[in-house]
Write a protein that binds this ligand. Structure first.
Ligand code: ASP
Length: 333
């Protein structure tokens, strides 16, 4: 029988009702005891890393999760992480950069309802996560939710209440799970048996969402405080050229300090292509903005933190950012 380590971190799946609303209080052992069938799939040990609403998780928690996996890597065949759904896509993306390669699947799951509720998606999701983790087709860092197996770098929470909460953005699911059977969609890639753990992050970045009429003075406020800026623009990408060029010049001034500026889009599907419109073309050509193309915001944020943690110069940052990792980016031909 395969050996699986369940790392519990909290989330709705582990909540109990209190006078102040739902609070994660159930332990990893409590979760497992709700689904005894898991014991016929594999041999499970559990580790309660923390018990938090995922709203309260920070990059330091991602490092703690990755360190626990590193510490126990040789003792287990797979890892299942129970986690709140709100920031699960960030954690899944972060782990995809912190732990690369390796033959052992790392599977995140959670639920929209507590496992203690009569009506809940928790039982299915937790069981499916183990089912996938022990299957021969399992690979990479994935989220298992509502019968979908989604790559960590491609996952996004799309619904705040429904059971079909997650979508795979711009890339197929790696597998589907129906009636307790795993149906692989993507072939398992050949990867080195030993993973590469690269466990430093610099979370000191800011995401600026463009709104119509946004002023350029925001750059001067942010510049001294942050090591990188992610601009979430409109459509295929660009910055406003109002009556003058002050917004584009503010972008140029930021980049001239040597700090990365990454352009992504507010549109969920199909990504950016800054070459299409003048408003994008000019700043990309003139200033060397880094373009995120079809990456999810969660992947853009966590990849930037991971690359910043390596202290790279601007050119190396750009090259490494555009180098695909775990299928996070599809570059135009
Ligand atoms: N607020 C919860 C969390 O992310 C939501 C959930 O788990 O569904 O921890």
């Amino acid at each position: 029988m395969k050996r699986v380590l369940l790392l519990a971190t909290g989330g709705t799946i582990a909540t109990k009702q209190t006078s102040q609303g739902l609070v994660p209080q159930l332990t990893s052992e409590d979760l497992l005891s709700c689904i005894p069938e898991i014991n016929s799939l594999c041999q499970v040990n559990t580790l309660q890393l923390f018990n938090l609403d995922s709203t309260n998780l920070c990059p330091s928690h991602w490092i703690t999760i990755a360190e626990s996996i590193r510490e126990h890597y040789s003792q287990y065949d797979a890892f299942v992480i129970s986690h709140g759904t709100d920031t699960m896509a960030y954690t899944a993306s972060a782990l995809s950069y912190l732990i690369q390669g390796g033959s052992k699947p790392i599977v995140l799951t959670g639920a929209q309802q507590s496992i203690g509720n009569r009506e809940t998606d928790a039982r299915r999701n937790l069981y499916d996560a183990f089912l996938y983790a022990v299957s021969d087709c399992a690979w990479g860092v994935t989220i298992v939710f509502n019968g979908q197996v989604i790559l960590g770098t491609r996952a996004r929470k799309m619904r705040s209440k429904s059971y079909n909460a997650f979508a795979s953005i711009g890339y197929p699911e790696t597998a589907l799970i129906r009636d307790q059977k795993v149906y692989p969609v993507l072939p398992r890639p050949v990867s080195s048996p030993e993973p590469l753990f690269s466990l430093s992050l610099n979370p000191n970045l800011f995401v600026l969402k463009l709104i119509p009429g946004i002023r350029s003075d925001i750059f001067r406020l942010l510049q001294p405080q942050y090591d990188a800026l992610i601009l979430e623009g409109f459509g295929v990408g660009g910055v406003p050229y109002y009556a003058n060029q002050d917004f584009a010049e503010a972008v140029g001034a930021w980049i001239s300090t040597g700090k990365p500026l990454i352009m992504t889009t507010q549109v969920t599907y199909e990504g950016s292509d800054m070459s299409v419109y003048q408003v994008g073309h000019i700043i990309k050509e003139k200033y060397g903005v880094v373009e995120a193309y079809d990456m999810t915001l969660e992947a853009v944020v966590t990849k930037t933190m991971w690359l910043l943690g390596q202290g790279l110069d601007q050119n190396t940052f750009r090259t490494r950012f555009c180098t695909p990792i775990q299928h996070d980016i599809l570059l135009p031909e």
